[in-house]
Design a binder for this molecule. Structure first.
Ligand code: KG4
Ligand code: ZN
Length: 337
């Protein structure tokens, strides 16, 4: 079969990224221009600044991705780009660049759901990975359990109500005065803490596939305020470790339930929080107990990148999926849409 080279483009939040992937599984280049340092001053992503920086960076990043892959634009078989979810102004930059290239080159144009992209990052880490499998999605705004029945067939089992796990990480980090993004900072602080020092409550929901981290987030913030008002010294590492423990426990409990009831043998982690080592290790141990395996992306592919978009785009390309050139950005795009 002829080799297929997909150019992936990603600009949904604060990373401008482009990558070339061969046959969906072989990374030829992976270029990411991160704006984290710029947004850190503001404690979070400022949408207008993100859009402006994407405009400055998008073409140099695409050029660099092609150059690292040793390819010219004409060698590309398809252009895949994130069209949602994300910040509308940020998404539009990547989308316009991708559409213009696809139109000028007369090549297929494929709009990719960013969340599906995160799931597909796992195909780059495990060459043997094939559907069906379960995906625990823990990205910036979403926590969800997704059955990947086939390369282009998914079933959403349940998702978070209120705050996603990553939002709880980021909001608690902000209250603790830690830099943005908060997830990795909480993880570092938690390393020195006792995860059993403080018992934070986790939500009990009727639907065993749903998640809720809003109550946990409020409990941690209330604890910090109460201790401060009572002028009691707070062991910040214990707070971080106990919070992280509560999140990981809630995620693992539902993942184990989902695997027991699905008959599937493999689960993958997807999204920024999948970079968390405690989550990776605990979930791997829980899965081993029930005879299941865990796959997670390599650290650089856990957070936003264009390799995962190119990979997702490749499997859509193979299935004959093509997007119209009037495809618009969809900031609130959901899983399974
Ligand atoms: O999936 P992602 O890159 O963005 C979206 O697609 O929305 O996820 C970003 C989120 C941020 O909230 C960040 O704090 C969190 O992932 N994150 C982590 C870790 N690394 C990134 N959370 C916990 N532990 C980490 N090591
Ligand atoms: Zn993401």
């Amino acid at each position: 079969m002829k080799d297929v080279f997909v150019l992936g483009i990603e600009s949904s939040c604060d990373e401008t990224a482009a990558a070339v992937v061969k046959n969906g599984r072989q990374v030829l280049s992976n270029v990411i221009s991160s704006q984290i340092v710029i947004h850190r001053k503001f404690g979070g992503v400022v949408p207008e600044i993100a859009s402006r920086k994407h405009i400055e960076n998008i073409m140099p990043v695409i050029d660099e991705a092609l150059s690292q892959a040793g390819m010219k634009l004409e060698d590309i078989d398809a252009v895949a780009v994130t069209y949602g979810p994300g910040l509308v102004g940020a998404l539009l930059v990547g989308l316009c660049a991708a559409k213009s290239l696809a139109w000028a080159l007369d090549k297929p144009f494929i709009g990719v759901n960013h969340l599906e992209g995160h799931v597909f990052a796992n195909f780059l880490n495990d060459r043997e990975l094939e559907p069906p499998f379960m995906a625990l999605v823990v990205s910036g705004g979403h926590t969800a359990l997704l059955k990947v029945k086939d390369y282009n067939e998914f079933e959403l089992l349940g998702q978070s109500r209120g705050d996603a796990a990553a939002e709880a990480f980021d909001k608690i980090a902000r209250v603790m005065g830690l830099p943005f993004p908060g997830g990795p900072e909480i993880e570092k602080l938690a390393f020195w803490g006792n995860p059993l020092a403080i018992k934070f409550p986790t939500a009990r929901l009727d639907n065993p596939y749903e998640f809720s981290f809003s109550g946990l987030k409020s409990a941690v913030i209330n604890y910090l305020h109460n201790e401060e008002q009572a002028k009691r010294p707070v062991n910040r590492s214990d707070v971080a470790a106990s919070f992280q423990h509560a999140v990981v426990e809630a995620l693992c409990q539902r993942a184990v339930y989902a695997m027991r009831h699905s008959g599937l043998r493999k689960i993958v982690l997807a999204g920024g929080v999948s970079a968390n080592r405690t989550l990776q290790d605990t979930l791997a141990a829980e899965m081993a107990k029930i005879g299941c395996g865990l796959v997670h992306p390599t650290p650089s592919l856990c957070t936003d990148n264009a390799v995962m978009i190119a990979c997702r785009g490749y499997f859509m390309y193979r299935a004959g999926v093509r997007s119209p050139l009037d495809l618009n950005a969809q900031p609130s795009l959901k899983l399974c849409m």
